[in-house]
Design a protein around this ligand. Sequence first.
Ligand SMILES: C[S@@+](CC[C@H](N)C(=O)[O-])C[C@H]1O[C@@H](n2cnc3c(N)ncnc32)[C@H](O)[C@@H]1O
Length: 255
Amino acid sequence: MNIMAIVRRIQRVVKRALHRDFVAFEGVVLPPESLRFCGTAFRDNNTFLRSSEAECKRLKDEMGLSSTSSVLEIGCGPARLPIGILKDFGPIQRYYGVDISKGAIRWCNAHIKRKHPEYEFLHLDLKHDRYNPNGIDFTQGFQLPLEPASFDIIYLHSVFANMLADDIRAYAREFARLLRPGGKIFLTAFVEDGVPDMTVNPDDYILVPQGTLHFVRYERAYFFRMFEESGLKIDRYLQSEDLGGQSAVHLSLAD
Ligand SMILES: C[S@@+](CC[C@H](N)C(=O)[O-])C[C@H]1O[C@@H](n2cnc3c(N)ncnc32)[C@H](O)[C@@H]1O
């Protein structure tokens, strides 16, 4: 090979490395740090991948994940849950992830859907002052383009932690429409007793807030009512579980 061919080859390798939008870790493709919205701890590859595995285990142990499950994830970010399912569980019937971050959905399509077509991702251009300030306001009639009663599992991690009450209510109505009888919902949020109904970035809370809607904290009964009004029931509540101070809530369709 002549010297110019070698130089061109090195240039190609360097260019590819500079534009690489993924991290290869333990044989798994992970998103770049710039797309990991879950807090600075997740910039560490080991932390990110172990948390993907832990969320997959949660679905298996607590939500009955099986090879015939259809899973809907709201606020999927850059596929932390799918990465764990694909690594530790194997094929499932269907996975559908939605997010208002265009970059996250683009990454999920390029790195997950391309190899696993049963994984679908949808970008929603909804307004959120923290993640998508120029998006469109939620409306009363908000609906995802999905058939009624089509999911066994609905999952949201660290999404309602930054969301205002009207937007949560719009999603609660969708959960009741989209969940199959016998299906399960898991979500995390900042929920406490003895506090005002809803407080944005409360003083003296977990951390000094970094920017708008970093913490949206709810009073427990007020929070639960938003779901009960839509025909859902609370099955289990674990206050301030190990989720950066968030509580874990399990729900299903009311009888
Ligand atoms: C803290 S990140 C969590 C990402 C992912 N659930 C995880 O645990 O790795 C919150 C995610 O929720 C998304 N999000 C915020 N509001 C949303 C909404 N109204 N609908 C869908 N996704 C939303 C954000 O774009 C962001 O990806």
